[in-house]
Design a protein around this ligand. Structure first.
Ligand code: SIN
Ligand code: MN
Length: 264
C-alpha cells in the first residue's frame, strides 16, 4: 500500500496521516483475540497498570506470537513507512496498548523520539510510528490526542516521569503543552477498528484514561531507518530492539492465510 502525494504532504505538514478501512474485520478480530490471549499470560513483556492486574502494554509480540510476527512485516504497514522514511526500516519497538475498559490509564504528553534519543541514543528522528486500531476508537475510550505541527519543534525539553503511571516516560510540561496547543490546536483521530494512523517521531501526543466500558486496543510499530539504528542498549531488548535487519514485507494476504489455516 502506497501513500498518495497528498497524504505524504499532509504527513510532512501536520505530522500525521489517518486512514480508515485499511484492515478488514476478520483481520482485526484475529489480532484483537490474540492480544487478549497475550494479556492473559504472565510474560515479562506484558506491563501492568498500577493496579498490577490490568494489562497496559504487551511488548515484542512478534517474538512470541505468529499473528503479530506477520503483522510486523505487513506490507500495508511497512511500505508506507518506507516511503516516508525513504528507505529500509527495522523494528525499534513493537507494542500492543490495551487501554482497558474502566482501568486503562493515561499516557502523558510526550514525543516518542524524546525517549528514543535520551534512552537509546537514536541519532536522528528518522523513525516514526504506525498504529492500527483493533477496537473502534471513540470520544469515550481514551482516544489519542495529537498537537498538529508540533513535530517541527525539534526535540523538546522533557522530564522523566516515574510516578504518574506504571511505565516511565519522558514527558512535556503543562506550560509547553499550552504554548504548542495555542499554535497548533489539537486533533484526535477516531474511527473503526482497522483504521491506521502514521505519526512522526517528534509529534507531541498523549491520551486520557479510559473510564468507558469499551476497550481501546491499539498496536504500534515504531520503525526506524536502518542507518539510524540506536547506539545504546540500556533498555531491555524487548523494549528497544537490537536487530537492525531491514524488514522484508510479506504478502498482502499474510493474515488471511493464517485465518484460513486456523479455520480449516
Ligand atoms: C504511546 O504514546 O506510546 C501510547 C499512547 C496510547 O496508546 O494512547
Ligand atoms: Mn508515544
Amino acid at each position: 500500500m502506497e501513500l498518495s502525494t497528498a497524504q505524504i504532504a499532509h504527513f510532512h505538514d501536520r505530522g500525521y496521516v489517518f486512514l480508515e478501512n485499511v484492515f478488514s474485520p476478520p483481520e482485526t478480530s484475529l489480532l484483537c483475540d490474540e492480544a487478549h490471549r497475550i494479556f492473559a499470560t504472565s510474560r515479562e513483556e506484558v506491563v501492568r497498570e498500577k493496579d498490577e492486574k490490568t494489562a497496559r502494554t504487551a511488548f515484542a509480540a512478534h517474538h512470541y506470537n505468529e499473528a503479530y510476527r506477520r503483522l510486523g512485516c505487513h506490507p500495508r504497514l511497512i511500505t508506507p513507512v518506507m516511503q516516508l522514511l525513504d528507505g529500509p526500516v527495522y523494528m525499534h519497538q513493537y507494542k500492543i496498548n490495551a487501554k482497558a475498559a474502566f482501568n486503562g490509564d493515561v499516557w502523558q504528553w510526550h514525543q516518542d523520539y524524546g525517549t528514543w534519543a535520551r534512552d537509546d541514543l537514536m541519532p536522528e528522528p528518522r523513525a516514526m510510528n504506525i498504529a492500527l486500531f483493533l477496537d473502534d476508537v471513540t470520544e469515550f475510550n481514551g482516544a489519542l490526542m495529537f498537537i498538529p505541527r508540533s513535530h517541527r519543534q525539534g526535540t523538546l525539553e522533557a522530564g522523566h516521569d516515574l510516578q504518574t503511571t506504571s511505565y516511565p516516560l519522558w514527558t512535556i510540561s503543562n506550560n509547553e503543552i499550552t504554548r504548542l496547543v495555542q499554535e497548533g490546536g489539537l486533533v484526535s483521530p477516531k474511527g473503526k477498528a482497522g483504521s491506521i494512523v502514521l505519526f512522526h517521531g517528534n509529534l507531541v501526543h498523549g491520551s486520557p484514561s479510559n473510564m468507558s466500558p469499551f476497550d481501546r486496543t491499539i498496536v504500534y510499530l515504531s520503525l526506524c531507518h536502518v542507518d539510524n539504528h540506536i547506539r545504546r542498549f540500556k533498555r531491555p531488548e524487548w523494549i528497544a530492539h537490537r536487530d537492525f535487519t531491514p524488514i522484508a514485507p510479506l504478502a498482502d494476504d499474510c493474515l488471511n492465510e493464517l485465518i484460513n489455516v486456523r479455520a480449516a
